[in-house]
Design a protein around this ligand. Structure first.
Ligand SMILES: [Zn+2]
Length: 279
């Protein structure tokens, strides 16, 4: 059985590649999701669902249900705390992921890779999709852990060395995403945008141009959307994603995008994109 490990920061991050996770989980693949935090400082869409004190616990349960919908077999937390958006006081909390000793986090990731022995590892691209500090740190630390996991001299206390075959960075193609949002606004389905991405457009286009693998998730699209809606504290009744019809969503997010990072892809792979992360 082939094995895939996805490494993200918060419950609901997995949704960005939810179709791919659901696809592989149904096709001879053991899927493990590693989530660094429990999203303790995220939104609370409805005060009946959680308080700031219980949000981490509630979001863990939401993620467990999302994993069931997607068919993800293994879920692991790094037990770090959500650092919040850049510049918020939550950044300074000593338990925050961004305050962690990088070697401790990398040691945890190396230990999990040696335990689950994935063939494929996926994490955020270096700008963390939209600049969330936890996403940026997890991209860096997961990428560095990937480079160390096969070396017996690194983290010898974290198990026998294991070398996965490929590392990918997950990309959200925000240019087509923005197009979808605009369509929904034009159609009178949603009002304002309420959606901002702090990445310079040129940088975003470069990231999108570097994509090497595109997975068609048509068959898993409903499952992906259903799994996202399990994150009720994040996607309340008024959330714009509940107001955009699935057909319109599918046109823009019916494919998921990845950059092969290791081994370095052959020249031209981004012009001739592959459709299977294991091929
Ligand atoms: Zn996140």
């Amino acid at each position: 059985m082939q094995k895939l490990m996805a490494i993200f920061a918060h419950p609901d991050d997995e949704g960005a590649m939810g179709g791919t996770l659901a696809h592989y989980a149904r096709n001879n693949t053991e899927v493990t999701l590693v989530c660094a935090t429990r999203g303790e400082v995220g939104e609370i869409s409805d005060p009946a669902l959680a308080t700031p004190e219980t949000l981490g616990e509630v979001r863990q349960q939401e993620l467990e249900r999302a994993c069931e919908v997607l068919g993800i077999q293994n879920l692991e937390f790094l037990d770090r705390r959500d650092s919040g958006m850049d510049g918020t006081p939550e950044n300074e909390d000593p338990r925050a992921l961004v305050q962690a000793d990088p070697n401790d986090v990398k040691g945890q990731l190396v230990g999990l890779m040696r335990q689950y022995k994935p063939d494929i590892v996926v994490t955020f691209e270096p700008f963390g999709w939209y600049g969330h500090p936890d996403h940026i740190y997890m991209s860096k630390w997961a990428t560095e852990a990937y480079e160390l996991v096969g070396d017996a001299e690194q983290f010898p206390e974290s198990g026998a060395p294991w070398q996965p075959k490929r590392l990918y960075h997950s990309v959200i193609p925000f240019s087509s995403f923005r197009e979808m949002i605009q369509q929904a606004i034009d159609a009178g389905l949603i009002e304002g945008d309420g959606f901002s991405v702090d990445i310079p457009e040129e940088r975003q286009l470069q990231t999108e141009a570097a994509v090497t693998h595109v997975i068609d998730i048509d068959a898993q699209f409903d499952r992906k959307q259903d799994s996202m809606m399990e994150h009720k504290t994040q996607f309340g009744e008024d959330n714009m994603f509940r107001k955009i019809p699935r057909d319109m969503m599918k046109k823009m997010s019916g494919h998921e995008h990845f950059i092969q990072v290791s081994p370095t892809p052959e020249d031209g792979l981004s012009q001739n994109r592959l459709t299977d992360l294991f091929s």
